[in-house]
Design a protein around this ligand. Structure first.
Ligand SMILES: Nc1ncnc2c1ncn2[C@@H]1O[C@H](COP(=O)(O)OP(=O)(O)OP(=O)(O)O)[C@@H](O)[C@H]1O
Ligand SMILES: [Mg+2]
Length: 378
């Protein structure tokens, strides 16, 4: 089927930065897109063929939206999954499919899936309420089962004292992994089962905000470990039989074991570097895989460093950016501004990608550029 010349409509649930970067691909291929997002100021609003404002957790909004599309995908996991199930029953394709999403929406189901399928992962226990907590081995990690993102919903518990003020909701307790590095990769898989794996990358965290600050491609690990990490990630992808993208976050332990932390069936921050670093970015591969088109090559032959640009501390409200022009003076840098109307501390507002033939100079440049850019309010 030629998606560009037919009346085919792709529905995308969620209109944030990931949707916006997907639209750059659908625009290049001239594929018609409908987007559903709760915010009238969504970054995608003026870039898609049709924009609908609506609640992604509401059954009717998602179902009615899906009925206007030929195929539905998503750029966020917090969606009404029952509506997706009904759409699938009625013949509307949903990729990645609703059964994958149902598992991934709940960290406890996701961990159980790993254990049931012999996918290496840290030990965990599920709790309905903090009243059921007794005999904990500290340190450990508390994770809300649902609706966490960017580390909100994850807390490292060092002692009993940290149990105070935990929000009342179902959660899991996971053993703390004293990892050497946090690694990630993304896998694209189409309906024919064709698979393309992106390079293994390294995620570097900001110690204050506990969010990913830099992503470095390729990860600085041995060839042996790279192969090991790829094997684990490919196993996860095949076990889910997912169609579309699957981002796999992993820990490299002190003993050089690979443990899967979590997965995301959608484009992911850890593969933004691929827009500049690979011929076929994660967004290209997502569109190709859900439409069952041949997957392109996603190898990379340069060093690529992605740095997240987040809202500065102390500013909430209509955003202004400082230092963009100065940043553009650097060589081999690309700046992405997501177009969110309001900033708040640590909110992802954009990112930069730096390309280099050497890792150290690339990382240094990325750090310098990041220092220049301020995200504030008037
Ligand atoms: N078992 C663990 N041991 C050590 N650190 C952990 C563990 N689980 C999570 N972390 C740390 O907390 C971070 C956030 O955890 P996780 O990825 O599970 O949550 P999240 O909110 O879904 O994250 P995000 O949306 O940022 O991917 C991890 O990237 C890691 O740095
Ligand atoms: Mg994570």
């Amino acid at each position: 089927m030629n998606y560009s010349t037919s009346n085919f409509t792709l529905g995308i649930l969620g209109g944030g930065q990931l949707g916006k970067m997907l639209l750059q691909v659908t625009s290049r291929l001239s594929i018609k897109t409908n987007i559903l997002d709760p915010s009238a100021d969504s970054p995608c609003k003026n870039l898609c063929s049709k924009f609908t404002k609506g609640n992604l957790m509401d059954f009717d909004s998602v179902y009615n939206f899906g009925k206007t599309c030929d195929l539905v995908t998503y750029e966020i996991e917090h969606i009404n999954v029952e509506a997706l199930e009904k759409l699938e029953k009625e013949g509307i394709k949903v990729f990645p499919n609703s059964s994958t999403l149902r598992i991934i929406q709940d960290k406890s189901l996701q961990k159980k899936f790993f254990i049931d399928n012999n996918i290496p992962s840290a030990k965990f226990k599920f709790y309905k309420s903090s009243k059921d907590l007794n005999d904990l081995d500290f340190p450990c990690v508390w994770k809300k089962t649902k609706f966490g993102y960017d580390g909100y919903g994850v807390k490292i518990l060092k002692s009993k004292k940290d149990l105070k003020n935990l929000p009342e909701s179902p959660f899991i307790i996971e053993e703390l992994v004293p990892f050497k590095k946090e690694l990630a990769t993304t896998i694209a898989r189409n309906q024919n089962g064709e698979i393309e794996i992106f390079p293994i990358v390294e995620m570097m965290f900001n110690e204050t905000s506990n969010q990913v600050e830099f992503v470095v491609c390729p990860a600085q690990i041995s060839e042996e470990l790279r192969i090991k990490a790829e094997k684990v990630a490919l196993k996860v992808s095949k076990t889910f039989k997912q169609v579309g993208l699957l981002a796999v976050e992993m820990f490299l332990t002190q003993n050089d074991e690979i443990l899967v932390n979590e997965v995301a069936p959608r484009p992911h921050n850890s593969a933004h570097y691929s827009i500049e670093g690979c011929i076929n970015s994660q967004f290209d591969q997502h569109i190709s895989s859900i439409l069952n088109l041949p997957l392109g090559c996603s190898k990379s032959s340069v060093y690529t460093i992605m740095a997240n640009l987040v809202g500065d501390e102390g500013y909430n409200g209509d955003v202004i950016y400082e230092g963009i022009e100065e940043a553009m003076k650097f060589d081999n840098v690309k700046i992405h501004i997501y177009g969110k109307k309001e900033t708040k501390p640590n909110r992802k507002m954009g990112h930069i990608t730096v390309i280099d033939t050497e890792l150290e100079s690339g990382l240094k440049r990325a750090k310098n550029i990041k220092e220049l850019i301020k995200i504030k309010t008037n």
